[in-house]
Ligand binder design. Structure first.
Ligand SMILES: [Fe+2]
Length: 364
């Protein structure tokens, strides 16, 4: 006669076999048990495959110039080295992070990067340029200087030219991983290499950059900023004024967001751009946020502690901070300010009510 325990174990084995057969039958009808995936689908806090990384300008620049010898602008459409996250599943989608794309682009003297447009929105943060380098957007030529932020928003025609004697190099930032996630990207070539110039050079900069004076002759632009170029000379002026006034926060130092003059909100609905300056030796408070971020070092040197590991950066380097990673910046110089440009999808997170941030204890 079987004991109660043995009967129970036999029952369990039978149940286990039945359960296994049951689970094996589910893919055939296109379903899966939520109870085995719930913790992954609804995590206690955000998870990401992204990892932090620093792209060294000292390494990327020579590789990019070599591309200039091997690949023509015509062949390449855009001669860019993508800054790919080390995680293969992110890199396969062209991601610097899961939702952000960054690349370093080169246009040689005399070259034209022909006109096209796409639904993905983009900007250029200029790293190297001499007089005569420009981007044309919807009929306006924006002359480009180091530190300028140049927007080529959703579906705007844009081409790049370089009438100077030196290479122009910039950081490209796009929302490509996000737009492709939504399967919403379109692309089209302009009928000619260059689009027609229909406005005076730097038209939108001259018209809007004063900030509190919007020209009522122009249509109100609610989603995308009408400004093509936010020139560095204006950014520098604002940073200097804020530094002199002591308008800084322990988390960011002195920080500005580039804004749409009509709304005061982000420059584009999918991309939010920022610039911050840190005093010599400044060590910011630590923070984590739901949007991932890409930082570009405009000036200075230092490091960022990300989830307990220190990542050193030099002028013109680019680095990423994953979603919800604790991070704090350190200006490594005792005598000079450090200036960081950065971009995120903060406007997307905010508009969908997904934005969260926490200021936390320093890690270093
Ligand atoms: Fe483009």
């Amino acid at each position: 006669m079987a004991s109660a325990d043995t009967t129970h174990q036999q029952g369990m084995a039978a149940d286990s076999q039945q359960l296994e057969a049951y689970l094996g039958s589910l893919p055939g009808i296109g379903v899966a048990p939520l109870w085995e995936s719930l913790a992954d689908l609804v995590p206690v806090e955000p998870r990401t495959p992204d990892v932090p990384f620093v792209w060294r300008y000292a390494e990327v620049r020579p590789a990019l110039l070599r591309a200039g010898e091997l690949v023509s602008a015509e062949e390449a459409e855009r001669r860019v080295l993508m800054l790919l996250n080390p995680t293969p599943s992110v890199a396969e989608r062209g991601g610097t992070t899961s939702t952000l794309y960054a690349g370093i682009q080169l246009v040689l003297p005399g070259e034209v990067a022909r006109a096209h447009h796409h639904v993905a929105s983009a900007f250029r943060c200029v790293i190297e340029a001499s007089d005569g380098a420009f981007t044309t957007v919807d009929g306006e030529r924006a002359m480009m200087s180091p530190g300028d932020l140049v927007l080529t928003s959703n579906w705007r025609w844009h081409d790049h030219g370089n009438d100077s004697d030196d290479p122009i190099i910039w950081l490209d930032g796009l929302d490509v991983p996000l737009v492709n996630f939504f399967n919403a990207n379109f692309f089209e070539l302009y009928p000619d290499q260059r689009q027609k110039i229909t406005k005076p050079d730097n038209f939108s900069t001259d018209l809007y950059i004063h900030g509190r004076l919007n020209p009522l002759s122009e249509p109100r632009a609610d989603k995308h900023s009408p400004v093509i170029n936010y020139p560095w000379r204006e950014t520098e002026r604002a940073l200097r004024a804020a530094i002199d006034a002591g308008a800084e926060s322990p988390v960011d130092g002195v920080i500005f967001e580039y804004t749409n003059p009509f709304t005061g909100g982000s420059v584009m609905p999918t991309l939010s751009c920022f610039v911050q300056a840190m005093r010599p030796g400044e060590h910011t408070q630590a923070r984590r946020r739901t949007p991932s971020a890409v930082y570009h070092v405009v000036r200075g040197s230092g490091s960022t502690i990300i989830d307990g590991s220190e990542y050193r950066w030099e002028e013109k380097d680019t680095f990423c901070v994953p979603t919800w990673a604790a991070h704090e910046h350190i200006n490594g110089s005792a005598s000079d300010e450090a200036v960081l440009f950065s971009f995120t999808n903060q406007a997307v997170y905010t508009s969908l009510d997904l934005y969260r941030e926490e200021v936390i204890e320093r890690q270093g």
